[in-house]
Ligand binder design. Structure first.
Ligand SMILES: Nc1ncnc2c1ncn2[C@@H]1O[C@H](COP(=O)(O)OP(=O)(O)OP(=O)(O)O)[C@@H](O)[C@H]1O
Ligand SMILES: [Mg+2]
Length: 404
């Protein structure tokens, strides 16, 4: 109810002509008059409306005005409604006393004096409007206090986030520097060795297979730096919404076989068995390069964090959706880290674990989302993790039927 709402007045009298006369007397702008011809009717109305004033006839058959007032005082909702009793002056003075005891506010005596009635009612209407205006102001004050509290909380949160970002930025810079420095150092050493051999004239003594191995080594260092820089570029493109996906027809099993075979060598070096569970071809409409990037990220993680245990890739197709599961048997991920690791620059426990920038899973999840899919993880510490890339396939590129 706003302060502009009319003040509601209740008049209770068993005689219709009294109700009519009183109604005409107190009616006015900014007021609504309700009539009740018995105590029960009055109580009913009081439960439905907030009254600024109840004018009760003392003498009524059944429940009289004082009994009604007593009931009103005993009920939470009606307890504070101001009451004016209308009584026959003189004759009911003993009643009047009783009325005060039950909490009556005022009395009007019959025959009613129009001016006295109006001015009394005016006082109560003014009081009611002031009370409601005060309530409105209190509510506004409370609202603004709550808004201030929320703002303050947000400010603190922003401040904490800012401090955390600053810490992470510093950490990230030193990590990037370290990650670039290592391959650059190796490459620099190689070039120094090569120029020394050139100076001494011993370059020709390097056998072709040694030479090839050197080139492969250099390539690996360069590729790891390119990957690092590409990841950073991807993150900034994703954050500014500029990463575009170029979907085309892709055969998933071909892609997985290629990636698994490419990474098998790396896996073998760590003594880990990498396998792909056979599955009939699955056609999809995706950006092949980006899906490959996600699978490579998941496999690289499984090899990095899988503790040298077997890593298995499997595929499930159901209802135009394909799920690619990468399962390892490594040390797993703590429940409290399961969501955090998908945030950019977030890495797991740093107790001597091989270091990355913490971008792989963030990029992978964003790529899954931009394909209309998702990237999930389930993990039990000590038992390994399964990362699942779930992708919708296009209608026209539904999987080939499984041959009987
Ligand atoms: N298969 C896994 N088993 C256990 N922990 C994992 C696994 N995959 C990811 N994690 C944890 O999640 C963290 C984040 O992974 P993410 O791939 O985003 O970054 P990263 O591997 O540390 O670095 P980057 O991928 O940028 O080289 C990792 O640091 C690691 O702690
Ligand atoms: Mg990674």
């Amino acid at each position: 109810m706003s302060a502009q709402d009319p003040s509601k007045l209740l008049i209770v009298d068993d005689l219709p002509e009294n109700l009519r006369a009183l109604d005409a007397l107190i009616r006015g702008e900014g007021r609504l008059v309700f009539q009740a011809s018995s105590g029960d009717e009055a109580l009913d109305l009081m439960l439905q409306h907030d009254f600024a004033l109840a004018i009760l006839d003392v003498q009524m058959p059944g429940m009289d005005g004082f009994e009604l007032a007593e009931l009103m005082r005993g009920t939470e909702r009606t307890r504070n409604i101001p009451i004016v009793f209308v009584s026959a002056a003189g004759r009911e003075l003993n009643y009047a006393f009783k009325g005060y005891e039950t909490g009556a506010v005022d009395f009007l005596y019959k025959p009613l004096d129009s001016d006295a009635v109006r001015s009394k009612v005016n006082v109560f209407v003014t009081l009611d409007q002031q009370r409601r205006e005060m309530q409105r102001q209190m509510a506004a004050l409370e609202r603004s206090r709550q808004e201030q509290e929320t703002l303050l909380r947000e400010l603190h949160q922003t401040q904490e986030e800012l401090q955390r970002s600053l810490r992470m930025r510093d950490e990230f810079m030193s990590l990037v520097a370290h990650e670039l420095r290592t391959p650059l150092n190796t490459l620099f050493l190689e070039t120094q060795m090569r120029s020394l051999q050139l100076k001494r004239g011993t370059l020709a003594s390097i056998k072709p297979d040694q030479f090839e191995a050197m080139i492969r080594r250099d390539e690996r260092q360069i590729k790891s730096m390119i990957r690092l820089i590409d990841d950073m570029l991807d993150v900034s493109r994703m954050r500014s919404g500029q990463l575009s996906i170029r979907p085309g027809a892709v055969e998933l099993m071909d892609l997985l076989e290629r990636v698994v075979s490419d990474l098998s060598l790396q896996a073998a070096a760590t003594g880990c068995k990498l396998s792909l569970e056979p599955h009939p071809p699955v056609q999809g409409c995706w950006d092949e390069f980006r899906i490959e990037q996600v699978v490579v990220n998941l496999l690289t993680n499984a090899l990095r964090y899988g503790g040298g245990q077997p890593v298995e890739v499997s595929v499930q197709y159901a209802k135009d959706t394909v799920s690619i599961h990468v399962r390892d048997e490594g040390k797993g991920i703590a429940a409290s880290d399961l969501e955090r690791i998908f945030e950019p620059y977030e890495r797991g426990a740093r107790n001597g674990e091989p270091k990355g920038l913490g971008l792989g899973l963030y990029i992978s999840r964003q790529l899954a989302i931009s394909h209309g899919g998702e990237l999930r993880v389930t993990s039990k510490p000590g038992e390994g993790s399964t990362f699942s890339l779930i992708l919708p396939t296009c209608e026209q590129t539904a999987p080939a039927p499984v041959s009987a």
